[in-house]
Design a protein around this ligand. Structure first.
Ligand SMILES: CC(C)(COP(=O)(O)OP(=O)(O)OC[C@H]1O[C@@H](n2cnc3c(N)ncnc32)[C@H](O)[C@@H]1OP(=O)(O)O)[C@@H](O)C(=O)NCCC(=O)NCCS
Length: 193
């Protein structure tokens, strides 16, 4: 597992970072393949009520480099999703945003404005994480530097991160990304806090 996480991020992450990836989420799912059941991917999840809505919090994902770019993340998300209307994550990786966008109906922050109600959920997510985010959902210098061996780039999403959201990955900026998933009426259950 340690190997998968280190290879996915392309650098020798501290043991504590890996430990947190595996122990902070409520659930951790591993994807194993082949006769030897080799671990090729991991994904952590927690489920909370944020701003009165059932939310799936995606707490860390790592896929071996040779398996990246094949939609594995979306498949893992499909398995974890239990009808929550809100999904959220914190990242520096525009490729994660791109993968997440394929699963959700709307994703914020984006090239469009963020509605006030979504900002409220984002605020609740920041509180859950114990960090301060600006009006775009950016947590400045969160990671203290680039979290990857090599800066991850995505043709469509990198300009959003760099130009519109003014993120500086080398200073450690992270973005709180919130996805809205339109769900069947009977599975959408707003809850009073
Ligand atoms: C981010 C990650 C979880 C996404 O999972 P995935 O299964 O690769 O996602 P997808 O296959 O849907 O790819 C999403 C987009 O990123 C691109 N992409 C993903 N990995 C890539 C790679 N290694 N090189 C170039 N492009 C890549 C895909 O081509 C796709 O682009 P498109 O939307 O234009 O088609 C996975 O790439 C990964 O483990 N990355 C390293 C660890 C990491 O960043 N974890 C998240 C921490 S918050």
């Amino acid at each position: 597992m340690v190997v998968v996480v280190r290879e996915a991020f392309g650098r020798k992450l501290e043991f504590e970072d890996i430990y947190n990836h595996l122990t902070l989420p409520d659930e951790v799912h591993l994807l194993k393949i082949g006769a030897g059941k080799e671990i090729v991917a991991m994904r952590g999840y927690s489920r909370r009520v944020l701003s009165g809505l059932q939310s799936l919090i995606l707490e860390g994902a790592a896929i071996l480099p040779e398996m990246q770019g094949n939609g594995v993340y979306g498949k893992m998300l499909e398995q974890a999703h239990e009808g929550e209307s809100v999904l959220c994550l914190r990242t520096q990786n525009p490729r994660l945003y791109a993968a997440f966008e394929k699963f959700c109906d709307k994703v914020y922050p984006g090239f469009h404005d963020t509605p006030r109600a979504v900002r409220e959920i984002q605020k609740a997510f920041a509180e859950y994480l114990g960090c301060d985010a600006d009006e775009n959902g950016i947590v400045r210098e969160y990671y203290g530097g680039l979290f990857y061996g090599e800066e991850p780039y995505h043709e469509r999403i990198s300009p959003l991160f760099m130009e519109r959201l003014k993120m500086d990955l080398h200073k450690g900026d992270a973005v709180l990304v919130l996805g809205v998933k339109e769900v069947e009426e009977h599975t959408c259950q707003p809850i009073e806090e």
